[in-house]
Design a protein around this ligand. Structure first.
Ligand code: SAM
Length: 212
């Protein structure tokens, strides 16, 4: 759990190692403004997606929003070894990132790959993607910006589809036909949880939306 109680997050902040290196703090984010193009990678885990996005978008800034310290340290090491200086790190809840560090109409792209599924019905309210999240994030998005989501949880996919329907007047669904839902690792990041989904015999679902 992080300290600020209104932005409380469930799940682990760090792994089981005793010593934790906080070197990622050196590349912390300040403000997301309209002057540059920002891509936000929410819940990036070990940052495989952040690295891929940063390499493919050298002219943009990629913000990794994550609370998991081991993942942020791993990302920070790659940033330094591969000199990827268009990556910024925000350690914490994306709701706090939006509320406190983001100007309206400033975000060009959002990525949410394999968000925590919270499979038990009583925990569904902990899920990140719901109607309220879309209502909140849309004011921070540029017109024509995209939201990219992947999940391998059947009940979460159903909730995401219901949410897409709810926001249909504000977002266009770009890959509506079932054949386009395939999560193609040749194009999309091979994250830890993508590999886990394949190992478990799941079929990840990918959706791309455009802000109208
Ligand atoms: C299941 S992991 C997926 C990690 C990575 N995207 C992948 O595909 O391997 C979900 C991650 O989202 C992070 N997370 C959950 N809720 C979040 C929130 N509200 N803001 C930022 N990160 C969050 C968790 O700390 C966790 O590392």
């Amino acid at each position: 759990m992080i300290n600020n109680s209104s932005y409380r997050l469930y799940g682990r902040n760090k792994g089981r190692k005793k010593k934790h290196n906080n070197s990622f703090l050196k590349i912390r984010l300040k403000t997301i403004d309209k002057k540059k193009d920002y891509i936000i990678d929410i819940g990036a885990g070990f940052g495989e997606s952040t690295i891929k996005l940063a390499k493919a978008n050298k002219d943009k800034l990629v913000v990794c929003c994550e609370k998991y310290i081991d993942g942020l340290n791993s990302l920070s090491n790659k940033v330094q070894s591969e000199s990827l200086y268009n990556i910024l790190i925000y350690q914490g809840n994306v709701h706090q990132l939006l509320d406190e560090h983001c100007e309206d109409g400033s975000i060009s792209e959002v990525w949410i790959l394999f968000p925590d599924p919270w499979p038990k019905k009583r925990h569904f309210k902990r899920r990140l993607i719901d109607k309220l999240f879309f209502v909140k994030i849309q004011k921070y998005l540029k017109k024509g910006s995209t939201i990219n989501i992947a999940s391998d949880s059947k009940s979460y996919i159903a909730q995401i589809l219901e949410t897409i329907h709810y926001v249909k007047n504000d977002f266009a669904w770009l890959n509506q036909s079932k054949s386009e839902w395939y999560y193609d690792p040749k194009i999309l990041p091979e994250t830890k949880y993508f590999k886990k989904a394949l190992k478990n015999g799941h079929n990840p679902f990918f959706v791309k939306l455009e802000k109208l």
